[in-house]
Design a protein around this ligand. Structure first.
Ligand SMILES: [Zn+2]
Length: 94
């Protein structure tokens, strides 16, 4: 899946369409010592029934996310593009 490196999009801060730079969205890793993560790890220990957060059926593909940055005010927005796809997103030059 290909996407242009620059798009003309609406900026809520500028309240008009401006030129935006496109970047790939990269999810950060979860904090392993966070209270919720520890609680979830405790639940997974030993014999158990159904536990929230464990996937039985994996969906094929992901909905690709991008970050667009306004060239005027430098504010960033998240965007989901297209439908579920197994192909990786590529940002084309230009
Ligand atoms: Zn802006």
């Amino acid at each position: 899946m290909k996407y242009p490196a620059n798009v003309n999009a609406y900026c809520p801060a500028c309240k008009k369409h401006t030129k935006h730079k496109v970047k790939l969205y990269a999810k950060g890793s979860a904090r392993t010592m966070a209270w919720g993560q520890l609680k979830h790890a405790r639940k997974l220990v030993g014999y158990k029934g159904k536990v929230a957060g464990e996937k039985k059926v994996m969906k094929q593909g992901k909905r690709q996310k991008i970050i667009i940055e306004c060239s005027v005010c430098k504010k960033k927005q998240e965007r989901v593009i297209g439908t579920r796809t197994r192909k990786k997103l590529e940002i084309t030059v230009g």
